[in-house]
Design a protein around this ligand. Structure first.
Ligand code: SF4
Length: 240
């Protein structure tokens, strides 16, 4: 399977090139690690369309830790109200801004170790910040539920949780693909390899895909089915 990775990447890239870009990736084009970090925190357990609106509203008012820390918590809550767990996120964002100001002179820390010390920042958020915010392209393969699900379905890895998926992918994916892996497979997972009823008839990976082969053309259950429990345990607990 490892030897098929370049071909798999090429097919996924081609299949997803016209799909909407994940909001955090779009924000990362500004090369602003702070906005990448905050948008990633806001996006946890929240639809991209909602995150996009909230980021737009929030960053118009406060797009630096200095400005954000001056926004009263209640006001911050009302600004980000439509994302899930907005109260907890408002509090964490405030705390993170304070730490960035007091400990890091207003700059987002640029190492995995330091980012992971910030409450609410798990390996996925830290990875996204480093890869897409700082353009440290060979530092991580941020694994969210889409990256986790698709890699297991295709048969690239056999893991229960997203953190394990990242570690397994790091061993088999050539470094040149690390930085774009999350972006590609989030789009792929949001549009083709859906959590329920994957669109195998539209997919160009059927010849490699373990799920497709073992499930009788994608009809049977049991392989690559990700329960709500696994989603919560596998992806989100480290980042929430
Ligand atoms: S063939 Fe189906 S299950 Fe396999 S990667 Fe494609 S969409 Fe997902």
């Amino acid at each position: 399977m490892k030897k098929n990775i370049p071909e798999i990447v090429s097919k996924v890239k081609e299949a997803t090139k016209t799909f909407t870009i994940p909001i955090v990736t779009e924000i990362s084009w500004e090369r602003n690690p702070f906005k990448v970090l905050i948008s990633c925190l806001l996006s946890l357990r929240t639809r991209d369309s909602v995150t996009a609106k909230v980021c737009n509203r929030l960053f118009k008012i406060a797009d630096t830790p200095e400005k954000l820390v001056k926004v009263p918590i209640k006001k911050l809550e009302s600004l980000i109200y439509s994302v899930n767990f907005y109260k907890g996120k408002a509090e964490r964002i405030h705390t993170i801004c304070k730490i960035i100001l007091e400990k890091y002179h207003g700059n987002v820390p640029d190492t995995m170790e330091e980012l992971l010390t910030l409450k609410g920042v798990g390996r996925k958020t830290a990875g996204i910040t480093l890869v897409y915010g700082f353009r440290q392209k060979e530092i991580a393969i941020p694994a969210d539920i889409h990256v986790h699900r698709t890699a297991n379905r295709i048969g690239l890895v056999q893991t229960k949780f997203a953190e394990q998926t990242e570690q397994a992918l790091l061993k088999i994916v050539p470094k040149q693909y690390w930085w774009e892996w999350n972006d590609m497979f989030v789009k792929f997972g949001q549009n083709i390899c859906l959590p329920r009823n994957p669109r195998c008839h539209q997919c160009h990976l059927t010849k490699y895909c373990k799920y497709y082969k073992k499930s009788g053309f994608g009809k049977a259950k049991g392989i690559g089915t990700f329960t709500k429990e696994n989603k919560l345990k596998g992806q989100l607990e480290k980042d929430e």
